[in-house]
Design a protein around this ligand. Structure first.
Ligand SMILES: [Zn+2]
Length: 511
C-alpha cells in the first residue's frame, strides 16, 4: 500500500510546475468561467473544481514530457513559455484582448516602434513576478529519479482520472462545447501555441496565387480623374463631430462643401482584415486581386503611400513608406502622418496617365500612445493620458488624447482636399474610411482586435467620408450602413472604369 502512495519526486515536480501555471496565468480563465456559470447557492462548484483538476493533470502530463524527456531543451522551452504567458496575461488583463489567430497575426506583423509603445512599469512587474521568478524555480529542477515505468504509470492514472472527471461532468459537456472556442483564447500556454500554429497554417494557404479579375474597360477616356483613398487606422465614427460627436473634432472638414458622410461598419476588428476588405470587390475566403493591383494592371497609375503595414500584396510601380516620403519634408514633419501628403501634387502632375489612384494608409489613431501621433499644435483637448497601460488612464484624459488624433486626421484630410482642388485639369475625389474602430474603456475594453462575434460596436463603427465635387452621391445610401466593399466599386465609378465584377449597387456615386 505504502508503495502505491509514494509519489516519485519527478511527478511531484511536474505537478508543482502545473500548479504554478494554473495559479499564475489563469486569472482571466477563472474570471471567464465564473461569468458564464450560475454560481449562486454553491451551484457548479464541483464542475469548476473538476475543470481546475482537469487542467492541472492534463498540463502536468505535457510538462512531464517536455521536462523529463526533452531534458535541457525542455527546461528552456518551459521557461520561454512561462515568460510568454506572463506577457500574454498582462495584455489580457490590461487591454481586455484575447489571444486568437488575428491577435497572433497582429503581434507577428507588428514592428519594433509599435512594440515600444507598450512598455510600462506594470508590464515590467508582470515579467519579473510571473516570468522571471517562476523561471528560476524551473531552472533549478534537478533530474533525479526519472523512470520510464513511473511515467507510464502516471500517464495511465492521469488518463483514467481525466476520463472519470469528464464522465462525472457529463451534464456540462454542452457548456464546454459552447465555450471551448473562447477558453482556447485564454488558457495558457495553449492560447498562443494553438493560435500561432493556426496563423502559420492559414498563411501557407494564403500564399497560393491570387485570382486575377476580368479585364476592365475605361468608359471616360477623355476625362482626367484622380481618386485618393485614405485608409484610417483605428478611427471610430463615434468621435467625429461629422457623425454627431459633441466635441468639435472636425472643425475643417465640416466647412468643406460637397463633403458627405455615410454610416459604415468594418468587416473585422484588426488591420490586415480591414484593409483587405477595403481593397476587395466582395466578401469571401478566396484570394482575389486587390483594387490597386487590379487598377494598375488596367492602365491606371497607382501610388501607394504608407506609414502603416498589414496590407495584402500590392503590385504597383510606386510604393512609398514613411522613410521614402520623409526625404521630401522637414524632419519635424516626418514623424507625423502629414508626411503622407509630401510631394503628392507633384507626383500626380508628373503622371502620364489620365487615371490616377492614390492610396494613403495612415497610422494616426493607433494606440496605446495616442498622444504621440500628432504634432503639439493639435494638443487641443487637454489634459491627455500618457500612460501606455490604458486601464490606468483617467477616462476623459484617454479620450482627449484620442480626440486629438481625430482632430489631426481632420487637418490631414482637409489639407489633402485643398491640394486636390489645386489640380486644375483633373476631376478629383477623396474617400476616407477606417480599417476598424477602437475601444476606449467602454465595458473595460481597450484598443481593438476582439473576435467579431464578441466585439463591441465601438470596434466596428467606422467613418466613411466622401468628397467628390463633380460626381453626384446616391442620397438613399445615407440611410444604410455600408460595408467596406463599397470602396472598390465607388472607386471604379469615380475613375470611370467598369468590368464584369463591378457592382453598381455597391457604389455611393450616381453615374
Ligand atoms: Zn488597424
Amino acid at each position: 500500500m505504502s508503495r502505491i502512495l509514494h509519489i516519485p519526486n519527478d511527478i511531484k515536480k511536474v505537478l508543482i510546475v502545473s500548479f504554478l501555471n494554473l495559479v499564475l496565468y489563469h486569472y482571466p480563465l477563472y474570471k471567464y468561467v465564473i461569468s458564464k456559470l450560475d454560481i449562486s447557492e454553491g451551484k457548479n462548484v464541483f464542475f469548476i473544481l473538476s475543470l481546475v483538476v482537469f487542467l492541472l493533470i492534463f498540463n502536468s502530463i505535457v510538462f512531464y514530457i517536455v521536462l523529463f524527456l526533452l531534458r535541457k531543451i525542455g527546461k528552456w522551452l518551459l521557461i520561454f513559455l512561462f515568460n510568454i504567458s506572463a506577457i500574454a496575461v498582462y495584455f489580457i488583463n490590461t487591454y481586455g484582448i484575447v489571444i486568437n489567430k488575428a491577435m497572433i497575426s497582429n503581434v507577428l506583423n507588428s514592428q519594433l516602434e509599435e512594440v515600444n509603445g507598450f512598455w510600462s512599469i506594470s508590464l515590467f512587474i508582470y515579467i519579473i513576478l510571473f516570468g522571471l521568478i517562476p523561471s528560476i524555480y524551473i531552472y533549478k529542477i534537478k533530474f533525479t529519479d526519472f523512470r520510464i515505468k513511473n511515467f507510464l504509470i502516471y500517464l495511465l492514472l492521469s488518463l483514467t482520472t481525466l476520463t472519470s472527471l469528464a464522465y462525472a461532468n457529463k451534464s456540462n459537456w454542452l457548456w464546454v462545447n459552447r465555450n471551448l472556442k473562447n477558453i482556447k483564447t485564454i488558457a495558457m500556454p495553449w492560447s498562443y501555441i494553438i493560435n500561432t500554429t493556426r496563423y502559420y497554417s492559414h498563411k501557407n494557404k494564403e500564399n497560393k496565387k491570387e485570382i486575377l479579375l476580368p479585364k476592365a474597360t475605361h468608359l471616360k477616356r477623355n476625362e482626367k480623374n484622380v481618386v485618393v483613398l485614405v485608409i484610417g487606422e483605428s478611427a471610430r465614427s463615434k468621435n467625429f463631430s461629422l457623425y454627431g460627436y459633441e466635441k468639435n473634432t472636425n472643425p475643417l472638414l465640416s466647412k468643406i462643401d460637397k463633403l458627405y458622410k455615410f454610416n459604415a461598419k468594418s468587416n473585422d476588428t484588426y488591420t490586415s482584415e480591414g484593409v483587405k476588405s477595403i481593397l476587395s470587390h466582395k466578401k469571401g475566403r478566396e484570394l482575389y486581386e486587390s483594387l490597386p493591383s487590379y487598377l494598375y494592371r488596367n492602365d491606371v497609375d497607382v501610388f501607394w503611400r504608407t506609414t502603416n503595414w498589414g496590407e495584402p500584396k500590392i503590385k504597383t510601380k510606386s510604393y512609398q513608406t514613411r522613410e521614402d516620403l520623409a526625404k521630401l519634408v522637414d524632419w519635424q514633419k516626418a514623424d507625423f502622418d502629414e508626411v503622407l501628403l509630401s510631394g503628392l501634387k507633384e507626383q500626380i502632375i508628373s503622371s502620364k496617365k489620365d487615371k490616377i489612384f492614390v492610396v494613403i494608409h495612415m497610422y494616426t489613431s493607433h494606440g496605446p500612445e495616442y498622444y504621440k501621433k500628432y504634432p503639439s499644435e493639435f494638443n487641443n483637448f487637454k489634459p491627455v493620458c500618457k500612460e501606455p497601460a490604458l486601464k490606468k488612464c483617467v477616462k476623459e484624459e484617454l479620450i482627449n488624447a484620442y480626440d486629438n488624433t481625430i482632430l489631426y486626421t481632420d487637418y490631414i484630410l482637409s489639407s489633402l482636399i485643398k491640394e486636390l482642388k489645386e489640380l486644375k485639369n483633373y476631376k478629383p475625389s477623396m474617400i476616407f474610411i477606417s480599417d476598424h474602430g477602437e475601444s476606449l474603456g467602454e465595458d473595460d475594453l481597450y484598443m481593438h482586435g476582439l473576435p467579431k462575434s464578441m466585439a463591441p460596436k465601438e470596434q466596428l463603427e467606422i467613418p466613411f467620408i466622401v468628397w467628390s465635387p463633380s460626381i453626384e452621391i446616391k442620397a438613399d445610401k445615407k440611410n444604410e450602413t455600408l460595408s467596406q466593399y463599397y470602396i472598390f466599386h465607388s472607386v471604379m465609378d469615380a475613375l470611370g472604369i467598369s468590368s464584369p465584377i463591378y457592382d453598381e449597387n455597391k457604389s455611393v456615386f450616381l453615374k
